[in-house]
Design a protein around this ligand. Structure first.
Ligand SMILES: NC(=O)c1ccc[n+]([C@@H]2O[C@H](COP(=O)([O-])OP(=O)(O)OC[C@H]3O[C@@H](n4cnc5c(N)ncnc54)[C@H](OP(=O)(O)O)[C@@H]3O)[C@@H](O)[C@H]2O)c1
Length: 283
C-alpha cells in the first residue's frame, strides 16, 4: 500500500547494500521516496539500485565509509546536489567482525596459557584494534552521518533519523563484547540525540532487530549444510516465534517510526523486532 507521505522525499540509507537496509531501500523507493544508497562496496549498492530502478523507483549510489567524516561530507555533497536535503537518515551501516568475536562463551584457562591453541580466541586474546573497528563502525558510523546529514535537516526543521540496536543492546549476548558495547551505546545515543534534536524538529528512533540471517550471521547460526549450529539452536530456543526474522518484517516498524503523522509524538525509543526474544529467558 503506497503512502503519499513518503512520496517525493529523500532518504539517505547507510549500509544500503546489506540484508536489512536493501529491503528498507526497496520498500521506501516503492513508496516514491528517492533513496540515496551509501556503503563502501559500489557493486552491492548498484545491485540494489538496479532493482529499484527496474521497479520504477529513483536511486542514487554513493560509495562512502561512515566512519570517515570527509567521506561522509563527500557523500552529502553528492546527495544534496542530486536529491536535495534528505528527510530521512537511516543509519544501517554496522555489524561485527570475526576477529572481535571470542570463540569461547566463558573464560578458558587455555587462553592465557603459553601454549594457547591456535584456534582459541578468548577475551584476553582479542586485538584491541579489531575491537575498536567494531565499536567505531557501530557508534561513530552512526554519529558522523547524523552530524553531517542532520545539520541540513535541522536547518530545514524537519525529518527523522533512524538508528540500529540489537538484542545485545539489552542484555549482553555471549562472545560479542565489542558489538555489545557499541549496540548498548546506540540505545543511549538514540535517546540522547532525540532529546537534543527535538527543538530542531527532528525525531530520532531506533529498531533493534532480533536474529535475521545475513551473510555474516549465517556462518554463526548455521552449519555448512544449512542445518542450525548449536548457537542457532539456542537462538531459536529463546525465540517464542521459533524462527529467524525476514528483512521484510522490519518494514512496518521502520515506516511507522519514520512517519511524521503516525509517529508524531514518538522520539527517543528503540523498538525490538525480535519474535519475542527479549520476552523469553528460555527456561
Ligand atoms: N541481521 C541481524 O540479525 C541484525 C540483528 C541486530 C542488528 N543488526 C544491525 O542492523 C544493521 C544492518 O544489518 P544487516 O544484517 O543488514 O547487515 P549487513 O548485511 O552486513 O549490512 C551491513 C552493511 O553495512 C555496510 N557497512 C559496514 N561498515 C561500513 C562502513 N564503515 N561504511 C559504510 N558502510 C558500511 C556494509 O557494506 P560495505 O561492507 O560494502 O560497506 C553492509 O552492506 C547493522 O547495524 C546491524 O548491526 C542486524
Amino acid at each position: 500500500m503506497n503512502d503519499p507521505f513518503f512520496s517525493g522525499k529523500t532518504a539517505v540509507i547507510t549500509g544500503a547494500g546489506g540484508t536489512l537496509c536493501s529491503a528498507i531501500a526497496r520498500h521506501l523507493a516503492a513508496q516514491g521516496t528517492r533513496v540515496a544508497l551509501l556503503g563502501r562496496t559500489p557493486a552491492s549498492l548498484e545491485q540494489v539500485a538496479a532493482d529499484i530502478r527496474s521497479a520504477g523507483g529513483t536511486a542514487l549510489t554513493v560509495a562512502c565509509d561512515v566512519t570517515d567524516p570527509a567521506s561522509v561530507e563527500r557523500a552529502r555533497a553528492a546527495v544534496v546536489a542530486e536529491f536535495g536535503v534528505p528527510w530521512f537518515l537511516i543509519n544501517g551501516a554496522g555489524g561485527n567482525q570475526t576477529e572481535a568475536i571470542t570463540t569461547s562463551v566463558q573464560f578458558d584457562p587455555a587462553e592465557i596459557a603459553d601454549d594457547k591453541p591456535a584456534g582459541l580466541r578468548g577475551f584476553f586474546n582479542l586485538d584491541p584494534e579489531k575491537v575498536d573497528d567494531v565499536i567505531r563502525t557501530n557508534t561513530l558510523g552512526t554519529i558522523i552521518p547524523s552530524q553531517v546529514f542532520g545539520r541540513d535537516m535541522a536547518a530545514q526543521h524537519r525529518g527523522s533519523i533512524l538508528t540500529f540496536g540489537s538484542m545485545t543492546s539489552y542484555r549482553p549476548i555471549t562472545r560479542v563484547p565489542a558489538y555489545a558495547t557499541a549496540k548498548t551505546g546506540m540505545v543511549s545515543f538514540t535517546a540522547w540525540l532525540a532529546a537534543y534534536l527535538a527543538p530542531a524538529g527532528i525525531r530520532v528512533n531506533g529498531v533493534a532487530p532480533g536474529f535475521f540471517v545475513n551473510d555474516r550471521s549465517r556462518k554463526i547460526l548455521m552449519n555448512p549444510d544449512g542445518s542450525l549450529s548449536t548457537r542457532g539452536q539456542n537462538v531459536i530456543h529463546h525465540t517464542p516465534l521459533r524462527r529467524f526474522g525476514e528483512a521484510e518484517e522490519l518494514l512496518g516498524t521502520v515506516t511507522w517510526l519514520l512517519h511524521d503523522d503516525q509517529a508524531k509524538f514518538v522520539t527517543g525509543i528503540m523498538v525490538p523486532v525480535d519474535g519475542g526474544f527479549l520476552a523469553c529467558p528460555g527456561v
